[in-house]
Design a protein around this ligand. Structure first.
Ligand SMILES: [Zn+2]
Length: 406
């Protein structure tokens, strides 16, 4: 590396370590920021000589990145931003901290994908899904798909691994000459009723979809979730044993196997590593307290709430909603979520914006009880499972109550 990059790397690591020592988080953002101030090309220098995979999409990025890093780890050491710092500062910090590794697997905020492709020159880019998120800040889904499509069209050397079940993702990947398709399912259809190419309606039947006005349609996937396993491109079925719940995580595992496959990792080698992943920065963590088994589910936008309802057991459920800066300030997305799957379960609500949730649940005819604190919620439910579904800062608040469970 050039001298400036070496100095920047050292400064980045030192700043991150000082920030950690001061108890101000994991230091990855400040470390990366200082490194990039000293050398704006630092991320490119740090990526050079590594085989890089990028993982992007609205939902499932953090989990899929963790599973993919585990799978690629079959081949050697992997640098990864495992705690969700998914902008260039976080990538820079993650690579600086790990020192030289042959591989890197990086979660990328969907808005930064084009920039991070240019800096890191990845071997593989995985595209998971696109749906509405943070209404006051995020781009509209069709605009995001267009940005991805343009970015990838400019890099025909990249292998794109993409979700065949999401029409917006298929269109975004459609200009790339090297594509591997996986089928991870798509429970949320409300952001892909209209073809991004022609504006015609998209029809769906039996897991298939097609545009009624142009040739855009679901491509045949090479990696497919089937039952509790995954079919690989040779047609062999592999049982996937995960400690993470839900069909959505089976899809995330299929994605990880597909990306690792592009690095030459076989499913039979990767699967034991996937089965050892328990929770990711508190997501899916289970904590026993006062006879209650508390499980934490993070849900940030309508599509991820649908997945959370699918994962949660028929048990008392605490919902917590905040609208602080990292959550987005606009809670009107609550009206896009159908809460009716919660009918029949005891439902408790809390958080800064519990009253927004209360109005929504009332209209959705879901009975609920409002509690002021997490301890109040615990006191209200009998011994046994308590499911907690919360958006970002609400999740972090509850995680702090549980001593920052990982
Ligand atoms: Zn069309």
């Amino acid at each position: 590396m050039p001298l400036r990059a070496i100095v920047a790397t050292t400064a980045s690591k030192t700043a991150a370590a000082l920030s950690r020592a001061a108890g101000r988080g994991d230091g990855s953002v400040i470390g990366g920021w200082i490194g990039l101030k000293i050398d704006p090309d630092l991320l490119a220098h740090l990526s050079s000589g590594r085989a890089v995979a990028l993982v992007s999409g609205t939902n499932g990025k953090t989990t899929t990145t963790r599973l993919t890093a585990a799978a690629v780890g079959v081949l050697g050491r992997v640098a990864t931003n495992s705690y969700g710092a998914n902008m260039p500062t976080g990538h820079t910090s993650a690579l600086a901290k790990e020192g030289h590794t042959p591989f890197a697997v990086l979660e990328v905020d969907e808005h930064y994908l084009a920039q991070v492709i240019n800096s890191t020159r990845p071997k593989v880019v995985a595209l998971l899904n696109l749906s509405r998120d943070q209404l006051d800040r995020a781009k509209e889904v069709a605009m995001m798909a267009q940005l991805w499509r343009t970015a990838l069209a400019g890099h025909p050397e990249i292998r794109v691994v993409a979700n065949a079940d999401d029409p917006m993702v298929v269109w975004a990947a459609g200009a790339s000459p090297q594509t591997t398709w996986f089928s991870a399912g798509q429970r949320w259809h409300d952001d892909s009723f209209v073809c991004p190419e022609s504006g015609h309606p998209i029809e769906r039947a039996n897991g298939d979809w097609w545009c009624t006005g142009c040739p855009l349609r679901r491509p045949a996937p090479q990696w497919v979730v089937e039952e509790d396993g995954v079919i690989d491109p040779r047609g062999d079925w592999h049982l996937v044993k995960l400690q993470l719940p839900g069909k959505v995580n089976l899809g995330n595992a299929a994605t990880a196997l597909a990306v690792a496959g592009e690095f030459g990792v076989r499913p039979i080698e990767a699967l034991p590593r996937l089965s050892r992943v328990t929770s990711i920065a508190g997501r899916y963590a289970q904590v026993d307290r006062d006879g209650r088994n508390i499980r934490l589910l993070l849900a940030k936008n309508p599509a991820s709430w649908l997945e959370a309802f699918d994962m949660a057991d028929q048990a008392p459920t605490l919902l917590s909603i905040n609208a602080r800066d990292p959550d987005g300030l606009d809670t009107s997305w609550l009206w896009d979520v159908d809460f009716s799957p919660l009918r029949g379960r005891p439902v408790l609500i809390t958080g800064d914006r519990a009253y927004d949730l209360a109005v929504r649940l009332q209209v959705n005819q879901v009975p609920f009880q409002h509690v002021q604190t997490f301890d109040d919620a615990l006191a209200q439910v009998p011994p046994g499972r308590l499911e907690v579904i919360a958006n970002y800062t609400a999740f972090q608040d509850i995680r702090a109550e549980l001593d920052r469970v990982n």
